[in-house]
Design a protein around this ligand. Structure first.
Ligand SMILES: *[C@@H]1O[C@H](CO)[C@@H](O)[C@H](O)[C@H]1NC(C)=O
Ligand SMILES: *[C@@H]1O[C@H](CO)[C@@H](O)[C@H](O)[C@H]1NC(C)=O
Ligand SMILES: *[C@@H]1O[C@H](CO)[C@@H](O)[C@H](O)[C@H]1NC(C)=O
Ligand SMILES: *[C@@H]1O[C@H](CO)[C@@H](O)[C@H](O)[C@H]1NC(C)=O
Ligand SMILES: CC(=O)N[C@H]1CO[C@H](CO)[C@@H](O)[C@@H]1O
Length: 523
């Protein structure tokens, strides 16, 4: 399962829906998107950026049928917003904002549904996509870069400032190079080639091209200051740039108003400047064209962030408690976005918790069975000993592989054993009373709490007295108080139930005196 809990938009989805999420992307100030094997989208539908054929926003996931059956390899988004997506087959689809032709279909009409780009890309397999605010860049499997969209600063690399309505290959000094990685800042573009050189073009007002100047570049230029340094990856923030070298070092340049260069001050830098993170090698850099935030992950798994952090400026790399750079953009960037398409690992690996859950009541691996009400429940001695004090002693010298139980009913005992494997219970409030009894007996305090929770959530006029009696019997004071309050608030109906008529004498006396003390019988 993909852990998307840190992005607020996903609180609109049910647990069951979240279980299905395999890939996700969150973008825009309020608009958002999530993607499953079947694609679902939700959020603000500005410019049709949800691709549904209308501009209706939604707080419930809606199915994006027009891409059904397609597997997504990568995806990027602009500020309009517009979306550029490549499938695992290398096809490119675009939709959303199109005022600058950033959808690459020759028009400037907003794209309400995904448009399959074929012009100039029909025989190409696209393996990477990147969006600036209003332009688009793709990388093909043979190392060619194509660009289209907004051109005001030369960001499509065409040598002119005319908007580029369809994909055009970026040539000039990239003509004979093999590009291996691309990125876009707000209005600039970058490409890393297989020799480790970095080529840049577009807007340069804050020095984000790293050329030592602030003049825009209409065609690709090599970052000469990186002479002798082999770059592997490039990442662009709104107006700053990060690169990662083949030796695990990071260089940054461009705008620095929020400390996003990690240099310890806020001076913009138009030349590559080393970022000192820690002795450990950096293996991943992260930035997003909608944010002034930077992040990096070390080989040891430490995640650092610097730059804009929830409105504050962090001018030096700061060690976070995260294990992924994605979390930096979920928690610190404003708004919370994803800097890349999130994907679950494509293997069927189970976590420890998932594996244990699967083994509960599995006769093939069990070494102990309980016989309750004539039915077997299969368990593992070692797990029971690890999870429950009672079993630690009772199973100590136990050589048997069968234990008969008569103190508790089958559903109650089964729920107890299952709890030891899963940490959770699913029972009716009446059954939870039985489990509460068991939990008290075995001194399982956490289980006791879970039972009380289930009971509170299942209380009604019909069962209120029974639940109250149970609370008294098992000395669950908090629960007793809760049931008592419920009875008082529903006194007329509760006193007419069969539960009330059959109430134990002492309990009734107690109930009446307590009820009169709180003034339940006035007028
Ligand atoms: C381009 O996309 C727009 C918006 O979806 C659409 O109206 C138009 O027909 C498309 N143009 C082409 C040439 O497909
Ligand atoms: C792309 O398409 C246009 C128009 O059809 C054409 O002029 C151009 O040469 C094509 N090729 C590239 C690589 O841009
Ligand atoms: C640095 O860049 C920012 C834009 O992000 C700009 O507002 C600021 O004026 C620049 N600072 C200097 C000293 O040029
Ligand atoms: C800011 O830091 C950079 C990199 O360490 C340094 O070159 C520059 O002189 C500093 N600027 C100021 C104003 O301290
Ligand atoms: C900002 C800018 O220079 N826009 C130009 C982009 O190209 C179109 C022509 O396609 C011009 O009309 C715009 O002025």
């Amino acid at each position: 399962m993909l852990d998307v809990g840190k992005w607020p938009i996903f609180s609109l989805c049910s647990e069951a829906e979240l279980q299905l999420v395999r890939q996700a992307c969150v973008f825009g100030s309020a608009s958002n998107e999530l993607l499953y094997t079947t694609i679902f989208v939700l959020g603000t539908n500005c410019c049709g950026c949800l691709g549904l054929g209308d501009v209706q926003s939604t707080i419930e996931p809606r199915r994006l049928d027009s891409l059904s059956g397609k597997k997504i390899a990568c995806l990027s988004y602009g500020s309009g917003p517009h979306i550029v997506l490549a499938t695992t087959e290398g096809e490119v689809f675009t939709w959303g904002h199109n005022a600058y032709s950033q959808l690459g279909n020759g028009t400037t009409n907003a794209g309400l549904v995904p448009y399959h780009i074929s012009t100039n890309l029909s025989n190409k397999q696209v393996i990477e996509v990147a969006c600036g605010s209003y332009h688009s860049l793709v990388l093909t499997s043979d190392g060619e870069v194509f660009a289209w969209g907004y051109n005001n600063s030369g960001q499509v690399g065409s040598g002119s400032t005319a908007n580029q309505p369809i994909p055009r290959r970026v040539t000039g000094c990239l003509q004979s190079k093999v590009v291996v990685n691309i990125a876009c800042g707000q209005m600039c573009s970058m490409a890393v080639v297989n020799t480790g050189e970095v080529f840049v073009w577009g807007y340069n007002g804050n020095g984000q091209l790293g050329l030592g100047s602030s003049g825009n570049q209409p065609t690709p230029c090599r970052v000469a200051a990186l002479q002798g340094i082999r770059v592997q990856r490039v990442a662009c923030g709104y107006a700053h740039t990060l690169v990662l070298t083949d030796e695990g070092q990071v260089y940054a340049w461009g705008a620095n108003s929020y400390g996003q260069l990690g240099t310890g001050n806020k001076s913009n830098q138009s030349y590559p400047t080393p970022v000192v993170v820690e002795k450990d090698r950096i293996i991943e850099i992260a930035a997003c064209h909608s944010a002034h935030t930077s992040a990096a992950k070390t080989q040891g798994g430490h995640v650092y962030m610097w730059g804009q952090c929830r409105g504050q400026s962090v001018t030096l790399p700061h060690l976070t408690h995260f294990s992924s750079t994605d979390d930096v953009f979920a928690c610190f960037a404003t708004p919370a976005v994803t800097w890349r398409l999130l994907s679950v690992e494509p293997d069927d690996h189970l976590t420890v918790a998932e594996s244990l859950k699967r083994e509960f009541d599995n006769p093939n691996t069990a070494d102990l069975k309980f016989l309750v009400d004539g039915k077997y429940i299969y368990v593992h001695k070692v797990l029971l000993k690890i999870r429950c004090e009672h079993f630690r002693s009772s199973l100590e010298d136990n050589e048997d592989d069968i234990v008969e139980m008569s103190e508790f009913s089958y559903p109650v005992y089964r729920a107890f054993l299952e709890y030891l494997y899963t940490d959770s219970i699913s029972l009716s409030p009446e059954e939870a009373v039985g489990l509460l009894d068991l939990a008290t007996f075995y001194r399982e305090n956490r289980l006791k709490k879970l039972c009380q929770q289930t009971i509170k959530q299942g209380i009604c006029e019909e069962n209120a007295i029974a639940l109250l009696s149970a609370a008294v019997k098992y000395e669950a004071q908090d629960l007793e108080e809760f049931c008592f309050r419920f009875c008082i608030n529903h006194l007329t109906v509760v006193t007419q139930t069969s539960g009330f008529a059959e109430m134990d004498h002492d309990l009734l006396k107690n109930f009446i005196s307590k009820a009169s003390r709180v003034g339940a019988f006035k007028n």
